[in-house]
Unconditional design. Structure first.
Length: 115
């Protein structure tokens, strides 16, 4: 199992980014997939998740309506579209999956929201 995030960067407040998580070693369609983030000095927190099958999504309260998680099964990739970004969204963003009771993480991608 391998997860590789990309798409982070520096963006101004109010801007947008799309993060990608390319998965290998398993099919993303068969597992619940999650995005977490960790800001300096803070614990890692769940940002968004999508269930397998039906693809029900859930979001942290402070990103609801601004972030969208989605999956491209053909590319075996999970996305996080982030709109109306705020300085408090600054963090390292991680892709996550639990396969056979083991948690897997990518290396993370840095998102910095600043003017």
């Amino acid at each position: 199992v391998q997860l590789v995030e990309s798409g982070g960067g520096l963006v101004q407040p109010g801007g947008s980014l799309r993060l990608s998580c390319a998965a290998s070693g398993f099919a993303v369609s068969r597992y619940a997939m999650n995005w977490y983030r960790q800001a300096p000095g803070k614990e890692r927190e769940l940002v968004a998740g999508i269930t397998r099958g039906v693809g029900t999504t859930n979001y942290a309260d402070d990103v609801e309506g601004r972030f969208t998680i989605s999956i491209n099964n053909a590319k075996n990739t999970v996305y996080l579209r982030m709109n109306s970004l705020k300085p408090e969204d600054t963090a390292v963003y991680y892709c996550n999956v639990c396969v056979l009771s083991r948690n897997y993480w990518g290396q993370g991608t840095q998102v910095t929201v600043s003017s």
